[in-house]
Design a binder for this molecule. Structure first.
Ligand code: PLP
Length: 435
């Protein structure tokens, strides 16, 4: 529908011409639209709704917390759900982190993690450490700072020049696509690590505040896991040059890859700071967090008298958000849902691999999988496939235009039968597009 033909709408994006069905309810892996259509939430939105919809324990936790106390500003108070959620997250993280800072969105978490990293270096009397190295085609959020850190061309180009000259980019880690013919994985990783080291040297090692990485590249390139040895190599570089390692697990974390943190499936290399979001509250409430390592915490704490850490957002640590996330995480633990992520991940992967001859690759980990199309007749088909899928009863995530691919990240509760249904709709949609 053209912008002129779009009916007037009070919602900004709709008014610009984006026409979507109205979702009115949700149960399990399904969302229902106003006209009664059932749609499989095949990517949990953008890898958010990991528990599916309408979970009674989460709804009850939200209602009870709202009845008890909805909001108490964190400049004055803490709350039981926030304290309990922080304890739970730390206890589940095998000693990798020392405390937790709650925020409301992934972008807020990334912005605040960048500030924490800067403050850490200032606390250590190294204020000249202002530069961050991140990767081309990474996505770290939509605020101007996050867009500077990330590198998703269609999202950032129109806002150039971005806020900061302090973000520098190196190649993404995409072995299946970018390795030279015959290049072994270890040689490919060495090559990428050399590129980092050259970047560090050219900027000046003592100016580097941190390296920012999605352990599994998400929204832009579509669930690309780090190659073997890559995260270990980054840890080594950070230790060698005194910079911090920041993992952005807003999309790939909180169980999506089959382990609580994606890095636990990728060589078990812990970062100094980690951002989480999306699956933390599973979409029941907007909540994100930064997991803070001991070294960062201790340095900032030691200098608090002379240099207080000032960074606050009105809704950080919101008690209803924390209560919802606490209930979500308890259900995941009590029901052992990460085992289902692994089992259904294997099932979905094998069904996708066998689904159509038009796929170049199925990649990812756990229930974080991307199907990338072969070049068919020169023009990309993923946006048409995603649109057909929605019409046919399954919402799947369209990756950026950097790849011709759609992402599958269904709720952790999905069953084998539901996986079959999702793949059936995908195949039907691909065939309709290629007819
Ligand atoms: N970081 C990563 C890796 C993401 O995938 C996203 C969102 O997709 C963000 C940060 C930003 O999160 P939000 O959209 O909640 O601000």
């Amino acid at each position: 529908m053209s912008a002129e033909a779009t009916p007037p709408s009070a919602i900004f994006h709709r008014s610009l011409g984006k026409v979507y069905p109205t979702a009115v309810s949700g149960q399990g892996i399904y969302l229902e639209t106003k006209d009664g259509k059932q749609v499989i939430d095949g990517s949990s939105g953008a890898a958010v709704s990991c528990l599916g919809h309408g979970h009674p324990a989460v709804i009850q936790a939200i209602v009870e917390q709202a009845q008890r106390m909805s909001f108490a500003h964190t400049s004055f108070f803490t709350s039981n759900p926030a304290e309990e959620l922080a304890e739970l997250l730390l206890s589940q993280s095998a000693g990798a982190f020392h405390n937790v800072m709650f925020l409301s969105s992934g972008s807020e978490a990334v912005e605040s993690a960048i500030k924490l990293a800067r403050q850490y270096h200032v606390s250590n009397r190294q204020p000249e450490r202002i530069n961050f190295i991140s990767r081309r085609y990474s996505y770290h959020g939509n605020t101007l700072g996050c867009l500077s850190a990330g590198f998703n061309p269609p999202r950032r180009e129109q806002f150039a020049p971005l806020l900061s000259q302090a973000f520098h980019h190196v190649s993404p880690c995409f072995f299946s696509r970018d390795a030279s013919p015959g290049e072994a994985e270890s040689a490919y990783v060495d090559r990428l690590l050399q590129e980092y080291e050259q970047k560090i040297q050219s900027l000046g090692p003592k100016t580097i505040a941190g390296l920012i990485v999605e352990p599994i590249g998400g929204a832009t390139l579509g669930s690309v896991p780090s190659a073997e040895g890559y995260l270990t190599g980054l840890r080594r570089l950070c230790d060698k040059y005194g910079s911090l390692l920041l993992f952005d697990e807003v999309m790939c974390g909180m169980g999506r890859a089959g382990t609580l943190h994606a890095w636990q499936s990728l060589g078990n290399v812990a970062p100094d700071l980690q951002t989480i979001g999306k699956g933390l509250g599973a979409g029941y409430q907007p909540i994100s967090a930064i997991l803070v390592g001991r070294q960062v915490h201790d340095s900032i704490k030691a200098s608090q008298d002379v240099l207080p850490f000032v960074s606050g957002h009105t809704y950080q640590g919101h008690s209803i958000g924390c209560a919802a996330a606490l209930a979500v995480q308890k259900v995941i633990i009590e029901q052992g849902l990460l085992a289902n992520v692994e089992a259904m991940g294997k099932c979905l992967r094998s069904q996708l691999e066998a689904s159509t001859p038009h796929l170049k690759e199925v990649r990812g980990l756990g229930l974080f999988l991307t199907a990338e199309f072969k070049a068919i007749g020169g023009s990309p088909i993923s946006s048409r496939v995603a649109a057909r899928c929605l019409d046919n009863g399954a919402a799947v995530y369209l990756c950026s235009s950097a790849v011709d691919a759609v992402m599958f990240a269904p709720p952790f509760i999905i069953t084998e039968e539901e996986v079959g249904k999702l793949v059936e709709i995908f195949v039907l949609s691909v065939n309709e597009v290629l007819l």
